[in-house]
Design a protein around this ligand. Sequence first.
Ligand code: B12
Length: 217
Amino acid sequence: MDTEALLAEIRAAVLDGEPSLVKSLTEKALEAGLPALTIVSEGLTEGIRRVGEEFQKGAYFLPDLVRGAQSMEIGLEVLQPLLAGAGEERPTHARIVLGTVHGDLHSIGKNIVAAMLKASGFAVDDLGVNVPVEVFVDKVRDTEAAFLGLSALLTTTVHQQEAVIKALEAAGLRSKVKVLLGGAPIDQDWADRVGADGFAPDAARAVEVARELAGIR
Ligand code: B12
């Protein structure tokens, strides 16, 4: 099977919510020489994006969303060590505290961002999902992190990003940390409006933006 056909099969298997098939196809794609990041972006992510479209149309229900997510996650499990450059000794550029905001349980995109940042030498403190404002603030204070990355996938939770920025200001920490925003409903306009330092639409760009802000070429 050629690599394009393999990617199409991965997309279809995520759309159909078939975790074991996604796992074996992901392994096959790696054996066929496809880079892990291509499998993530052109296979798994494109598949889950279509799951979201079907859900929005009302053709898929919550169990379909869950099965799609489980399928994507099992594929990511195979790829994550490769994304994160496992076993390699890399210099640490800077520390980034990362998490999904309070009220929001979406972890997939954040996990890809964490893996890619690790792969390019950042030290990542991943606080997980549903993270309260004060937990972000405390972690930034305790670790003296240079960056804070906030993920939000729901229009009902994006305002939490603004709440974290305001809380950093109130705690006297805002000037010490660069805040990066991300998640499907987020754009540059929102990031500017709430006073963030950067925004990225995907994990590869997240690394570029962090490197730019850290002054690393
Ligand atoms: C998978 C999924 C779920 C899974 C999540 C599983 C998990 N472990 O993450 C489950 C089933 C749990 C779920 C639940 C719900 N979901 Co949902 N979900 C999705 C779906 C289909 C895909 C999200 C995803 O993983 N995308 C793939 C990743 C790779 O992309 P990404 O998240 O955008 O991340 C990339 C970039 O945004 C960026 N990025 C992300 N974070 C960050 C952070 C930083 C700092 C930076 C720089 C960049 C960055 O880089 C990432 C990698 O490239 C989306 C549809 C969509 N198109 O987004 C709906 C979607 C987000 N969900 C939706 C809804 C409504 C829900 C529920 C409310 C459903 C319900 N009735 O219960 C619940 C809410 C639960 C909660 N409180 O959070 C809606 C939101 C609508 C809205 N306007 O708010 C969407 C848009 C679906 C739709 N079209 O209606 N969901």
